[in-house]
Write a protein that binds this ligand. Structure first.
Ligand code: 5HU
Length: 149
């Protein structure tokens, strides 16, 4: 069977404060499938984004929408507000993708109602977590919750 394709969403131009958390999540996701958007954890990627002069924003957008279409599941770290992540999640809902949104209450922020309120008890999940729970939480999602969806 082909490897599960995971689209991970995390803030880039919205701010890179949570980059290390993205790295940990992507590392764990790699145990369950292929992460299409590994670049989001790159330490050399700043809040300027990928080199738009070289790639162009249209290229980045169209490539990412293609990856979204190809994905079996979308996992997003949503503690750092990001227009791009919100856009990706809206597109993912419209594509009927399975989706897991992860929010750290310790960030001191209050998650947008448009993300928290999208939880539907089945295909769209929104979970509060502490960084120490990442491994267990993803194991639970991919071995118990996800297969049953
Ligand atoms: O350079 C980029 N590369 C890229 O893949 N993205 C995608 C993936 C991220 O999940 C999301 C981040 O959006 P934003 O840059 O608005 O925070 O958009 C976004 C940018 C820059 O906006």
């Amino acid at each position: 069977m082909a490897a599960l394709r995971v689209y991970f969403c995390g803030s880039i131009r919205g701010g890179r404060e949570d980059r290390a958390v993205y790295e940990r999540i992507i590392h764990e996701l790699g145990k369950f499938g292929t992460v299409l958007t590994e670049h989001i954890a790159s330490p050399t990627l700043t809040d300027s984004g990928e080199d738009a002069a070289e790639l162009g924003d249209r290229f980045i957008h169209d490539r990412d929408v293609q990856w979204l279409e190809a994905a079996d599941v979308v996992v997003a770290e949503v503690s750092q507000p990001s227009l791009g992540v919100g856009y990706e999640l809206g597109r993912a809902v419209a594509m009927n993708k399975k989706m897991l949104c992860l929010f750290r209450p310790s960030s001191g922020r209050v998650l947008s109602a448009m993300i928290r309120g999208a939880e539907n008890g089945s295909s769209i999940r929104v979970r509060d977590y502490d960084p120490g729970e990442i491994e267990q939480l993803l194991l639970q999602y991919f071995t118990v919750t996800f297969p049953a969806l």
